[in-house]
Design a protein around this ligand. Structure first.
Ligand code: SF4
Ligand SMILES: [Zn+2]
Length: 113
């Protein structure tokens, strides 16, 4: 456990943390799949009010994240010229992205909660 904590403090994903979850404070983070399996799932994401990365985030450290797409996020507005594939706008102030473009985002929130 100490090694996992040290890894997170250094901004590294601990070996075996191949699952993903949505922390209310941190957003999308990597987690051990055994932990993800026991969390309530809402909108396709295991959820919790806190996570093992919260102390890193609160200290201003780097939190590595699983990638997401804007098309599944409640903050995303489709582009008007080409809604299916054109760039849309992020209502959370994270700029413009293609709907299916995978990227890291700390403010992703699934559209269906
Ligand atoms: S919050 Fe992130 S995932 Fe959601 S629309 Fe903005 S950039 Fe995309
Ligand atoms: Zn957290």
């Amino acid at each position: 456990m100490q090694r996992d904590t040290d890894d997170r403090r250094a901004g590294r994903v601990p070996a075996g943390d191949t699952g993903r979850m949505l922390c209310k404070g941190c957003g999308p983070v990597w987690i051990h799949p055994d932990i993800a399996a026991v969390l309530p799932v809402v909108g396709g994401w295991p959820r919790a009010l806190g996570c093992p990365w919260c102390f890193v985030r609160k200290a201003g450290g780097h939190v590595p994240r699983p990638s997401v797409t804007c098309e599944g996020c409640r903050h995303f507005s489709l582009g008007t010229i080409n809604p299916d594939a054109g760039m849309g706008t992020c209502g959370a102030g994270k700029g413009s992205h293609y709907p299916a473009q995978r990227h890291k985002c700390d403010t992703f929130e699934p559209a269906r909660d």
